[in-house]
Write a protein that binds this ligand. Structure first.
Ligand code: SF4
Length: 270
């Protein structure tokens, strides 16, 4: 892993996401190295030759880039983070996310912070100071063997469940981002059952295999789940209604069980 400190030029970026006005990414790159990572396109924009997942740039001046006059951001929605994880283990030392949050508290920003690490609980004291804060934990699998295969350097399933419990007990609005859903492997009902005492909302996203992601997914399937390779191929490159059926199943399950949810499914083929 190549870790560099850099002096960044800006830290608040206008968002293309439907649910946020701005995004904040305290780090460039991501050591979690998820095989499905959609943020790998960032490599092109940051002049990195190392493979995605093998470099992290630490924006050591991140909090200084928050302007003194924050009035234009008052009440706006911030998503932390869109192309990295705000709680990479480097955050233990650098505390960039924490310092950024401390600055945003003053303007009553609406915060949506999402991570695959239980380090998020360190900042409960700051998160609680926002009037409007959503704290999300991502879960792609309930089985730690699968989790390790697809997100090798993230926190274990059990640590994430414990983090959700701590966030919930602190009175925060908690959600679980179930995504990406891996066909035949992501037990989303199991994830809901395991976490629902601590969770207010579930967000669902299906696996997207755009660009170079398919190659990594295909290699993983061939190595670890060869019986699923053809099934995945048919879903993404054949005439399959797999995701339409799955989306309807999720909606129906949530309706029947009174589960607050959002579904962000892509139905494009590749
Ligand atoms: S945690 Fe997010 S940004 Fe980091 S590698 Fe995984 S999917 Fe990509």
């Amino acid at each position: 892993m190549i870790v560099r400190e850099l002096t960044a030029k800006n830290i608040i970026t206008k968002s293309n996401l439907p649910s946020a006005d701005y995004v904040i990414n305290p780090y460039v790159g991501c050591s979690h190295a998820c095989i499905y990572c959609y943020a790998r396109f960032m490599k092109r924009f940051t002049n990195h030759e190392e493979p995605w997942g093998k470099f992290v740039d630490v924006k050591i001046n991140a909090d200084e880039l928050i302007p003194n006059n924050l009035e234009k951001y008052r009440g706006k929605k911030f998503f932390i983070a869109s192309v990295t994880d705000p709680y990479l283990h480097y955050e233990r030392e650098y505390k960039l996310t924490r310092k950024l949050l401390e600055k945003l508290v003053d303007i009553d920003a609406q915060i949506d912070i999402q991570s695959k690490s239980d380090l998020i609980v360190r900042d409960i004291d700051v998160l609680k100071q926002f009037n409007n804060c959503k704290a999300g934990i991502t879960m792609t699998a309930l089985d730690d063997t699968i989790r390790r295969e697809v997100e090798p350097y993230t926190a274990s399933v059990e640590k994430r469940v414990t983090a959700l419990q701590a966030l919930s007990e602190a009175g925060l609005f908690t959600y679980v981002f179930i995504g990406p859903i891996f066909p035949y492997l992501t037990d989303w009902i199991g994830i809901i059952e395991r976490t629902k005492p601590f969770v207010k909302e579930y967000v669902f996203e299906n696996l997207n295999v755009k660009g170079t992601i398919w190659q990594d997914i295909a290699n993983w399937l061939r190595g670890k789940h060869p019986e699923l390779y053809q099934k995945y191929y048919d879903i993404y490159f054949g005439r399959s209604d797999y995701w339409a059926v799955e989306e309807a199943r999720i909606a129906e399950y949530c309706r029947q069980n009174g589960i607050r949810h959002r579904i962000y499914f892509h139905h494009g083929k590749e």
